[in-house]
Ligand binder design. Sequence first.
Ligand code: PAF
Length: 370
Amino acid sequence: MPRLRMIKGVPSLRLRPYLSSPPEPLKPSFRIFKTVPLLRNDRYEALVQRQVVGFVPTMGALHEGHLALIRQAARETDQVYVSIYVNPTQFGVNEDLSSYPQTWPTDYQKLATMEQELSRENTRGRIHAIFLPNTTTMYPGLPPSSEIEGDGSFVTITPLAKKLEGASRPVFFRGVATVVMKMLNIVQPEKIYFGQKDVQQTFVVKRMVRDFHLNTKVIVAPTVREDDGLAMSSRNVYLGARRRRVALVLLNALKAVQEVFARGARKRVYLHKAAMEVLTKVQKQQQALPASQRARFEIDYISIADTETLDELEEVASEHGAIVSGAIKMLPIEEPRPGEELGIGGDASAVRLIDNIRLDLLSAKLDFLT
Ligand code: PAF
């Protein structure tokens, strides 16, 4: 029961807690580090206390996919470190670095809410620290270059980084490997968490960890999807309703591969054809519509690759399965209609979408039946 108080001159007024003002929002207890030495001191304490550290690297614009990684890290480790840093070296010179969504106030709120959730659930670990460096901190030497021939201290993982995404975005995985190596050296986590959506990124990082004897375990968590199946991505905010609907074609193409695999197809030619049929059919349908109604896209690739090496397969062995991945580029909307629901930036720029599914007998059968 709240304690009753008499207010001078107003004897009958009884105050209840929070009657006049709402409760202050809980201040999260995680620490925010912008520089390396302070974070290192903190990390040293964790080491001394034998706390197991899990690390979730992000570029901000946090969505449910990131939060799922944080939740998993909190279940599996004692202290979760999250980084938010939009890494310039993984953007090519003509890519969307300047327009990449930067949403620190909402990211902060999401992390604070997540921390309350973790504390309610009494998970093993909590969000312990956010690392929020700037580019001078991350690249203390030369200004980072996004040119292929540019100078700098880079980590390159070839030929893995040249395939698939790397073929269209030649500096992308050099930038990812370089910044993740830096982050690993700074945070030194026992476990680092990535989403399956960026499957090639997970391969590049695992290869780097193995080849450079890095003392961390790479954990890959399932792709988190919107209700209709679209893989969550920070870039989805650029898709207005029209492009958003058509964007599902990529997942439908991957599912078509899963279906023919479940029916017994093993040769690349049939599996690949199943995906391309879905993509080209929708592509033609869209092309035939007037500019005020269509959402056009380009097909970059459909890959059917080995689960260990990401090498393209001519035939999928039933016992090994495969990773089927793809990329499409949603082109800008040519003629927005008055009142049409547009994405951030008015659907005026192309948006590259990627997705993948694991092809194996178990998941093929399960997905096929549902
Ligand atoms: O997946 C991402 O958000 C980025 O590629 C990463 C791993 C944070 C490196 O900048």
